[in-house]
Design a protein around this ligand. Structure first.
Ligand code: NAD
Ligand code: WQD
Length: 342
């Protein structure tokens, strides 16, 4: 049976997608170098699905190892998650990001060409729109100015994929432009875990309830929004992982060989709305302070989701309350031996 190669399959989004693929009885192979994940996630995937996928501890920038993997496995499609994703780290170490994320995709494509693997699903990001002038953002809008080297690697990767599709007509790619994924799997066995301190809003909120050294700062309350705080389109991880199943089903019969879709809920929430909803569902009072705007932050962004709804027949199910309940439940489970702060 042909297999789906999932790069970065032990990471946050990859692990949830692997669970869904296994539950749909697809055969998968996971490649991950564990630079931002743990081998134990493989056991969690097994606990949920009762299936043990093949795993290779391999770096996607290592052509020889990838070559061997492609040679010895019959691969139908690649779902490519493996990338470095910290915006602040990318500002400190831009070369590391370009090498890992851009060279990584080039090496994968070299293997695709060599072994005639002609389906590819790529983890892109709403960051490719830069600072949007019109909302909601739709796919016909051009790339914006990247707000970080990380963002630039996503634009560059999409450009490489487009060129590759133009030169190789039998090769098909779908780029999924994720908005802001949050929450965890309903089993609470997999979720977002960070090597180091998180910088994203929702993990900071949930972690600040256990760790007094994590202080929640709201970056900017002078934006041109309903309450002055920035607006994002948060999407639950289970909705997002399901979009990959839809993409895999869609790519088999798609006519265009290069497609890209927004993957969000289409609804924007402000930082204050997220905080208020979290306080409501958890019964916790968050001690936040207002701070200066964070450099490079966008005032507001949310997705136009008509294209993905219509063409891929995918729609998010979780609302903000349910997403935050899921994120809180995951945090509680991880700290089940600790007391929450007052
Ligand atoms: P993650 O860090 O949890 O997962 C990425 C995985 O890839 C990790 O397990 C890491 O060990 C692995 N990896 C990284 N470089 C590798 C390499 N060279 N070789 C092999 N494995 C490697 O991140 P995530 O949140 O699951 O993100 C997955 C993808 O989605 C990334 O491409 C990311 O840029 C993109 N994305 C994420 C978000 C988000 O907010 N989480 C939003 C938009 C797009
Ligand atoms: C959300 C909102 C912050 C932390 C990042 C990447 C983007 C994409 C998703 C991968 C913003 C505010 C945050 C805090 C705050 N990733 N905030 N206090 O910045 O929208 O997107 O992750 O592709 O590329 O840039 O997500 O969760 O960091 O921030 O007030 O301590 O919360 O200013 O308005 P962001 P985020």
């Amino acid at each position: 049976m042909k297999k789906i190669l999932v790069t970065g399959g032990l990471g946050y989004i990859g692990s949830h997608t692997c669970v869904d693929l296994l539950e749909k009885n697809y055969e998968i192979i996971i490649v991950d170098n564990l630079c931002n994940s743990e081998l134990d996630t493989l056991n969690s995937i097994y606990s949920i699905t009762k299936k043990k996928p093949k795993f290779f501890n391999c770096d996607i920038t290592n052509y020889e190892e990838l070559f061997h993997l492609f040679k010895t496995n019959n691969i139908d499609c690649i779902i490519h998650f493996a990338a470095l994703k910290s915006v602040s780290d990318s500002v400190q170490n831009p070369k590391k990001y370009f090498f890992n994320n851009v060279e990584g995709i080039k090496i994968l494509l070299r293997c695709c060409k060599k072994f005639k693997v002609n389906k590819f699903i790529f983890s892109s990001s709403c960051t490719v729109y830069g600072f949007p002038k019109v909302l909601p953002v739709n796919e016909s809008m051009p790339f914006g100015e990247a707000s970080s080297p990380y963002g630039e690697t996503k634009i560059r990767s999409e450009e490489i994929l487009l060129k590759f599709c133009k030169e190789n007509k039998s090769f098909k790619n779908i780029s999924l432009r994720y908005f802001n994924p949050i929450g965890a799997h309903n089993s609470n066995l997999i979720g977002e875990s960070h090597k180091g301190t998180p910088s994203n809003l929702v993990p900071i909120i949930t972690k600040s309830c256990f760790n007094k050294n994590i202080k929640l700062k709201v970056f900017g309350n002078d934006y041109n929004t309903k309450d002055g705080t920035a607006i994002r389109d948060y999407i639950h991880i289970e909705d997002l992982s399901k979009a990959h199943i839809k993409a895999y089903e869609y790519i088999k019969d798609s006519i265009n060989n290069y497609e890209f879709f927004n993957v969000g809920t289409g609804i924007g929430y402000s930082v204050i709305e997220v905080i208020n909803t979290f306080e409501e569902i958890s019964g916790k009072k968050l001690n936040y302070i207002f701070a200066k705007r964070r450099k490079g932050d966008i005032e507001k962004i949310y997705a136009d989701i008509k294209k993905v709804n219509k063409k891929m027949k995918w729609k998010a199910k979780f609302d903000l309350k349910k997403m935050l309940e899921s994120a809180w439940s995951w945090e509680l489970k991880r700290n089940s031996n600790k007391k929450t702060l007052k």
